[in-house]
Design a protein around this ligand. Structure first.
Ligand SMILES: Nc1ncnc2c1ncn2[C@@H]1O[C@H](COP(=O)(O)OP(=O)(O)OP(=O)(O)O)[C@@H](O)[C@H]1O
Ligand SMILES: [Mg+2]
Length: 232
């Protein structure tokens, strides 16, 4: 296992939001997390990178107990977090947005590795543009590229296709598969689009009200499950 959550509980103030989450993801996997709005998907990813602290339970990453580690040490140990809404700095150039990703990793170099432009050729044409001037899909690609800059072992992506036009969704799916296959990076993707999950993931987890209620290999993501836990 590369990442394991054992009985992880997280609260906002006095309000519990995750109630003992259990989840295990193998090295090299692409795992998707599904669930209706507000069930705790974002909170789960935030608890892995350390933006939310687990009040009980354990998070084991790459054989190390990271439950109490600060965010920067988790990032340095190989976790990249690509937040919901992308969080590109609008007034910084594409290049400077990319460089922000370097500081999260171990490397001291300030060069953009060539492979970034192999995965995202579009970025090369827009290096000096302000991040805020890119389209939604381009900003998402920039956010993924920024995550890749730290040379992570795992990437946590929160709804990378939210509000993005279908042609770019396909491009993002293809690029994520390449990143997984060519770099061996494990991916955990929070996603609401079931079709996207079926094409991308090997494993799925469904959350409801702060716990994982169903999981399995992607072929087990049946229409019954979708209807029960995901249909509105
Ligand atoms: N900063 C916060 N303070 C208090 N409560 C919060 C905070 N952020 C989220 N919550 C609550 O925690 C619960 C889980 O929220 P979370 O954002 O993790 O859900 P989600 O599954 O990612 O939802 P969505 O599909 O809308 O992105 C919700 O009830 C939400 O209202
Ligand atoms: Mg969310």
């Amino acid at each position: 296992m590369l990442l394991e959550l054992n009985d992880v509980t997280v609260s906002y103030g006095q309000t519990p939001v995750l109630f003992g989450v259990n989840m295990a993801v193998d090295r090299g996997d692409i795992a998707c997390i599904l669930g209706r709005n507000g069930v705790g998907k974002t909170t789960l990813l935030r608890s892995v990178i350390g933006l939310n602290k687990a009040i009980s339970g354990n998070i084991i990453f790459d054989l190390q107990n990271i439950t109490r580690l600060p965010i920067f040490k988790r990032a340095r140990s190989g976790i990249a977090y690509i937040p919901q809404g992308r969080e590109i700095i609008p007034y910084l150039s594409v290049l400077d947005n990319l460089k922000l990703g370097l500081s999260a990793g171990k490397k001291k170099s300030s060069k953009i590795p060539h492979e970034i432009f192999e995965f995202f050729p579009m970025l090369k044409q827009h290096l000096n543009r302000q991040g805020g001037l890119l389209s939604g899909g381009q900003q998402q690609q920039l956010a993924i590229a920024r995550g890749l800059m730290s040379d992570p072992k795992i990437m946590l992506l929160d709804e990378p296709t939210e509000g993005i036009q279908p042609s770019i969704v396909q491009e993002i799916e293809d690029t994520l598969k390449r990143i997984n296959r060519e770099k061996g990076i494990t991916l955990i993707v929070v996603e609401q689009k079931v079709d996207f999950v079926r094409q991308l993931a090997q494993k799925f987890f469904i959350m409801e009200k702060g716990v994982v209620v169903a999981e399995g290999a992607t072929p087990a993501l049946t229409d019954d499950l979708v209807h029960k836990y995901l249909a509105v």
